[in-house]
Design a protein around this ligand. Structure first.
Ligand code: GLU
Length: 465
């Protein structure tokens, strides 16, 4: 393992959003590519908004995408003593101080600044005050007043902030709890994070965080701020553009490899290649090749990738992934045809696993209703007779495979002087009720001889032979 250490640090205040998943993926890819370590850290210091349910949802989403972590999950809520220690250290070194300003005073100064057209910022009132035992206080970081704080973002290039723009950050609240920018730095520093890849909504936090690293004497990590994801209307991706939860895509029948492939291409490119497996990605990914501009979420492209992965997927694995969707449709596949065999007949025609499940239902429900109108058209007396012949001949073969079925059809056509479609059309009606389905030979092969004969006999009984 190299010394490269990356992390994904979600706040558990909701499900795993596609934007968060992409951030996680970029971190994971870089860690895997560099043979480094990928750490998962749950930033749950906001007790009011953090829930176990969200944490579980995030872990589930990561696991579904195949983004495994080497360390963690660490929980910030379990690290309060660590943060406290570092607050004490900064205070002891004079790099942080107690501020006794009341919220009312601060509000008043703030309003005054706004009224006078100044940028509101803490004025440093308590920088030199004596201790006031018993009085409530926050702890502020003594930030440099002059100069600039700059960093070379791996994606966005050089970004500089004037220090006079940054006031003395509160690092510990009146109730003794640490604040967000502080916990992130303590964690990233003590966990030895070498590159921070995160959403570009955090750019404004970065100079403050860099100042804290410097004050604490820790090396400053590299930063890569990933552009946000937009909807087709160029507004930030939100629910109004469709599902934004990664797991909602699973439930809509998307495969994790399609999602991963889609997410990585949303901002990153490698020539004009479109299809990447996780394995290929770990070879090809570089953070420097992530674009500077925001990616636009394109559901059609995701669907296209999903069809690709369904078409080319291993039928046995797809069958396993299909099981919950079959259950949802009230179908227990045990005792029915082999699900992987059913999958093979549906891979070419399904864009999602939902479509595949809908298509597979026909193999497991033999008691479906026939539409009498369709029967009049597709199950004519002549057709019924050919079906009776078909059932009789099928009863005499051992097992059904493509060759056997084809020979039986050819035999009927030759002996009766009819065309293939004259037999196939009524047979399809008898076997599926006329629902859209794969080719009739494929359907018969999946159903097997006995079920095929049973269905034809049922139709003949219902409509008279
Ligand atoms: N917890 C932060 C968030 O979910 C991420 C902080 C970071 O990556 O530095 O937005």
């Amino acid at each position: 393992m190299s010394q490269v250490r990356l992390r994904f640090a979600p706040s558990p205040t909701g499900y795993l959003h596609v934007g968060g998943a992409r951030t996680a993926l970029f971190n994971w890819l870089l860690a895997r590519k560099e043979k480094g370590t990928f750490i998962l850290r749950i930033e749950d210091t906001d007790v009011a908004r953090s829930t176990q349910e969200s944490t579980d949802a995030i872990l589930e989403g990561m696991t579904w995408l195949g983004l495994d972590w080497d360390e963690g999950p660490y929980y910030q809520s379990e690290r309060f003593p660590v943060y406290r220690e570092f607050v004490e250290k900064l205070m002891a070194e004079g790099k942080a101080y107690k501020c006794y300003c009341t919220p009312e005073e601060l509000d008043r100064k703030r309003e005054l600044a706004i009224a006078e057209g100044r940028k509101p910022k803490y004025d440093g009132t308590c920088r030199g005050v004596e201790d006031r035992p018993g009085a409530p206080f926050v702890v502020r970081f003594r930030s440099p007043e002059e100069g600039e704080t700059a960093f070379d973002d791996l994606i966005k290039g050089r970004i500089a902030f004037q220090n006079e723009e940054l006031d003395d950050l509160i690092i510990q609240r009146t109730d003794g709890t640490p604040t967000y920018n502080f916990t992130v730095v303590i964690d990233d520093a003590t966990m030895g994070i070498t590159t921070v890849i995160r959403g570009d909504d955090h750019i404004n936090n970065t100079p403050r965080q860099i100042q804290l690293y410097e004050a604490l004497g820790y090396p400053v990590p590299k930063f890569a701020h990933v552009p946000m994801i937009l909807g087709a209307d160029k507004a930030r991706l939100s629910k109004r553009h469709g599902a934004t939860s990664v797991m909602a895509y699973r439930d809509m029948g998307y495969l994790p490899e399609a999602m991963v492939n889609y997410l990585v291409r949303l901002g990153w490119s490698h020539g004009d290649e479109e299809i990447f497996s996780l394995d290929e990605l770990t070879g090809k990914f570089t953070i420097e090749a992530v674009g500077r501009s925001a990616g636009v979420f394109n559901p059609d492209k995701l669907l296209w990738l999903n069809s690709h992965y369904i078409k080319t997927g291993d039928p046995v694995r797809l069958a396993n992934l299909l099981l919950p969707f079959m259950k949802e449709r009230g179908i227990d596949v045990a005792g029915g045809p082999d699900l992987a065999a059913a999958v093979r007949t549906l891979q070419e025609r399904s864009h999602t696993m939902l479509e595949m499940a809908d298509g597979a239902v026909i193999y497991y429900r033999s008691d479906f209703e026939y539409d009498p109108k369709a029967a009049a058209k597709s199950f004519s007396p002549a057709g019924r007779e050919l079906c009776a012949e078909l059932a009789a001949r099928l009863g005499q073969v051992e097992a059904l495979d493509h060759g056997v079925i084809s020979a039986v059809f050819d035999g009927i056509c030759a002996d009766r002087g009819v065309k293939m479609k004259d037999v196939a059309q009524p047979a399809r009606f008898a076997l599926t009720g006329g629902a859209p389905s794969p080719g009739i030979f494929e359907v018969m092969e999946v159903l097997g001889r006995d079920e095929t004969v049973r269905r034809i006999s049922r139709a003949l009984e219902l409509f008279g032979s």
